[in-house]
Design a binder for this molecule. Structure first.
Ligand code: DHK
Length: 152
């Protein structure tokens, strides 16, 4: 059993379609490639990660319910379309009381007005948008630093 702190990465709906989905907006990198990049970065930082994707709001909520602060030290989440709609997923994160970073591949503020509001940003430790896949590396680095400072 590893004692390294655990970071959960949660990917919301339609992100399993990355690579084929509107590449002019989301790029050509697939979710598997992003998860591999995250795994490599996490390994170099000495943290454990676990990546999960679902197209279902309830599955993401139940996943958050399974996260205990004793084991899951940080969450990196791209709620994707649920960013702009899901009070229920927001409530799950609020009740989990695990710090999280909200990530978006695209710069949602340059897009349609309905994407400008997030149900998550005011709860998040940080929000990263518009960096493409690099946003996940930045989030993992931030999370690892926060975890190490707390262990400090
Ligand atoms: C992904 C989605 O699927 C959209 O619904 C969001 C986000 C933006 C992203 O940029 O990663 O509006």
């Amino acid at each position: 059993m590893s004692l390294s702190p655990l970071i959960w990465v949660l990917h919301g709906p339609n992100l399993n379609q990355l690579g084929v989905r509107e590449p002019e907006i989301y790029g050509s990198t697939t979710l598997d490639q992003i998860n591999q990049m995250i795994a490599d970065r996490a390994k170099s930082l000495g943290v454990n990660i676990d990546c999960f994707q679902s197209n279902h709001e309830g599955a993401l909520i139940e996943r958050v319910h399974q996260a205990g602060p004793a084991s899951v030290k940080f969450i990196v989440i791209n709620p994707a379309g649920f960013t702009h709609t899901s009070v229920a997923l927001r409530d799950a994160l609020a009740s989990a009381a695990i710090p999280f970073v909200e990530v978006h591949l695209s710069n949602v503020h340059r897009r349609e007005p309905f994407r400008h509001h997030s149900y998550f940003s005011d709860l998040a430790e940080a929000v990263i948008c518009g960096l493409g896949p690099q946003g996940y590396s930045a989030a993992i680095e931030f999370a690892a630093q926060r975890i190490n400072n707390r262990r400090g």
